[in-house]
Design a protein around this ligand. Structure first.
Ligand code: MLC
Ligand code: AMP
Length: 465
């Protein structure tokens, strides 16, 4: 099972084994640069990485893995509010970035792609924390999800089995390098299986078409945009497997991609706290609207609102619960929040509502809470956006919801009661500059009051209607 990433000399190497936004390195060069950085950070309790879609992020994350120092990837466009929270909450001792970035006073270690070291480090223990990924809950600021080396290894091995993913593959994607999809699957997956990696910088249809890969990853928004660009879509006909995940793949997008590329997409289901747990298989059926079967080592069950087990009959809807070697170790310094996610008998409560068939095929129906929004594949907590809006002096009240959107799946819409003159544009920019750009409302609706029930709670259902 270990080490998590295959050593540079254990799989075939080539000058462009890893390419990120046009910059290529061999595995030998990559591991040499990562070891040189590992020499500088070894012994630190944890390090933050400015996770741009660049080679420097791959080198920095690999350095942390080699030196057994937990890595905190920070969204590169996060504003002072979000970044300050992540750096403070994680207590990262160092910031790894190609150049100056943050004004927090944290010591910055520059990432030097040309540096080389031959130091070899002992393998981290399986339960050592590899990554601390910040993710939104329904309320409050994002929590740090502790992801151990063993969970990543288990998840990637399950996917290698499900997708017949080997060193013969060339993986192509252009997803952000601070979440499970782009970073764990999209970078560590390639480093573990030994497949070549082409990260396109941005996940545009044209870049995917030009990359010439065998395995492609995208969120549904990416596949939807590819489906609307038939020339780019047809260029993917020579691939082996097209994989969608992070949000529901709409059935019409599945159909268009299948028609244009000749490939029925593989859909898989995952979560920051559980990594990837359910997927359709390279050697199996692909059903539009279904996420498939648990991967090796994953157990699933459905539980009703009263806590009783639901039938796996393809019709009964319940909360999806998971037991798996891919589970997180808890939220950093949040034993209370961690305990809330687990049942007394040790299952993880996903908060997703699903149906399981007698044939064990899984269909995700939606989320139990309307306060977790999925927009463009990003998970955004309504509470975090509301807090950001309320910090603006002209905002008296704010309620944020996700509204169905043809391109993004859901778009963030804010309902705001103003106390003084302010424009939609000003509020959108205010959120985008304090948090990350993808957390900004795409629309702001000014209202005289928010609809509230007798307890004073905002009735978001009425806002959605
Ligand atoms: C626009 N921009 C602004 C702005 N308006 N910036 C600041 N203020 C404003 N008011 C900028 C953005 O910063 C960005 O700049 C550019 O405009 C376009 O931004 P956008 O409109 O937000 O991008 P969009 O086209 O909507 O992005 C679509 C997308 C993106 C698909 C590319 O949503 C994406 O990358 N999604 C992937 C999410 C993901 O990986 N999720 C996985 C979670 S893990 P610039 O410079 O950046 O272009 C998980 C587990 C699992 O879920 O199962 O996988
Ligand atoms: P995140 O923590 O960003 O990884 O988001 C996890 C959430 O994304 C899950 O709880 C689901 O709600 C959603 N999700 C991920 N993959 C899928 C999928 N294939 N179909 C439907 N929802 C998905």
């Amino acid at each position: 099972m270990f080490p998590l990433v295959s050593r540079a000399d254990s799989v075939p190497d080539r000058a462009d084994a890893v390419t990120v936004a046009g910059e290529a390195m061999s595995r030998e060069e990559l591991f040499g640069a990562a070891a040189a950085l590992a020499d500088r950070i070894a012994g630190a309790p944890s390090v933050a990485v400015r996770a741009t879609a660049e080679m420097s992020t791959v080198v920095a994350v690999l350095a942390g893995l080699l030196a057994a120092v937990p890595v905190v990837p920070v969204p590169p466009d996060s504003g002072p509010l979000e970044r300050g929270h992540i750096l403070g909450d994680s207590k990262a001792a160092l910031l790894l970035a190609p150049g100056p970035w943050d004004d927090s006073g944290l010591p910055t270690v520059p990432i030097d792609l040309a540096a080389r070291s031959a130091t070899t480090y002992p393998d981290p223990t399986p339960d050592a924390t590899a990554l601390i990924l910040y993710t939104s809950g329904t309320t409050g600021p994002p929590k740090g999800v502790l992801v151990p080396h063993a969970a990543i290894a288990a998840g990637l091995d399950g996917l290698a089995d499900a997708w017949a993913w080997t060193s013969e593959d060339t993986l192509v994607h252009g997803l952000p390098l601070f979440h499970v999809h782009g970073l764990i699957l999209g970078v560590l997956g390639a480093l573990r299986t030994g497949s070549r990696l082409v990260h396109t910088g941005r996940p545009t249809p044209q870049a995917y078409a030009q990359a010439g890969g065998s395995l492609y990853f995208g969120v549904p928004t990416v596949w939807s945009r590819i489906a609307q660009d038939p020339a780019s879509a047809r260029a993917l006909a020579g691939a082996r497997l097209l994989v969608s995940g992070s949000a529901p793949l709409p059935v019409p997008v599945f159909a268009s991609v299948a028609e244009l590329t000749g490939h029925r997409p593989v859909e898989r289901y995952g979560m920051t706290e559980t990594l990837i747990t359910i997927s359709t298989r390279a050697d199996g059926e692909r059903r539009p609207g279904f996420v498939g079967l648990p991967i090796d080592g994953v157990q699933t069950r459905l539980v009703g609102e009263d806590g009783s087990r639901c039938a796996h009959d393809g019709e009964t809807v319940g909360e999806l619960q998971i037991r798996s070697a891919t589970l997180f170790q808890g939220y950093l310094d949040r034993a209370d929040a961690t305990a809330e996610t687990l049942t007394p008998d040790g299952w993880f409560k996903t908060g997703d509502v699903a149906v399981i068939g007698a044939d064990n095929w899984h269909r995700i129906v939606g989320r139990a809470s309307t306060d977790l929004i999925k927009t463009g594949g990003y998970r955004v907590g309504a509470g975090e956006v509301e807090s950001a809006l309320l910090a603006h002096p002209a905002v008296r009240e704010a309620a944020v919801i996700g509204v169905a959107h043809p391109d993004l799946g859901q778009e963030i819409v804010a309902f705001v009661v103003r106390s003084e003159e302010v424009t939609e544009r000003q509020l959108v920019d205010y959120v985008a500059s304090g948090l990350s750009a993808h957390k900004r409302p795409r629309r702001v609706v000014f209202v005289a009051d928010l609809p509230r029930n007798a307890m004073g709670k905002v009735q978001k259902k009425l806002l959605t209607d």
